[in-house]
Unconditional design. Structure first.
Length: 181
């Protein structure tokens, strides 16, 4: 089983306590960070909310450990380059028997580039941002923020199930190839 992991920083409202918020210097956002793990269809497997100053490669150890315990069938995880620091791929291979593969940007590119495999988690983040309330974090507890994100995914999936009609072909899959390439 293959999964994709990424994080997103969002601003926190005044209701969020100082103990569960932080400043993400890379994005220049004072708030929380959402670590989202999705399968190859873009459906959520695990969501973790942390203060914004939490580094991806440090939080990934806890996240991947919990993933391994709850989903022992996982074989590889695709991630962005932030997850390849601090020898994290070696740690996951040695301790968790998982293959962590960073997806790097092509050299010499500027601006937005659709990266293979990683676009699925980015698309999932875009889906939950369609729910207006997810553009900012209002919840006092991180557990409530995680539950709210799970609720947004549940709403999205039930709308797809009840939509009916013939499923349309995904143009992204046609354009960028299959998941395992």
């Amino acid at each position: 089983m293959t999964l994709i992991v990424d994080s997103q920083s969002v601003k926190a409202a005044s209701t969020v306590g100082k103990d569960s918020r932080g400043y993400d210097a890379g994005k220049k956002i004072n708030g929380r960070k959402r670590h989202i793990v999705v399968d190859t269809l873009g459906l959520p497997v695990m969501i973790t909310v942390t203060p914004g100053d939490a580094r991806d490669e440090i939080m990934a150890r806890d996240l991947l450990w919990r993933l391994r315990l709850t989903h022992p069938q996982i074989t590889q995880i695709w991630a962005d380059s932030a997850y390849s620091r601090d020898l994290l791929p070696n740690w996951t291979q040695g301790h968790l028997w998982l293959t962590l593969r960073p997806v790097l940007r092509p050299k010499g590119t500027k601006g937005f580039v659709v990266l293979p495999r990683r676009w699925k988690v980015e698309r999932s983040i875009g889906w939950i941002m369609n729910a207006r309330r997810n553009c900012r974090d209002y919840e006092r507890l991180t557990q409530h923020a995680e539950a709210h994100l799970n609720w947004a995914f549940i709403t999205l999936m039930t709308r797809r199930i009840t939509r009916g009609g013939k499923p349309r072909a995904d143009s992204w899959t046609k354009k960028f190839g299959s998941d395992d390439s």
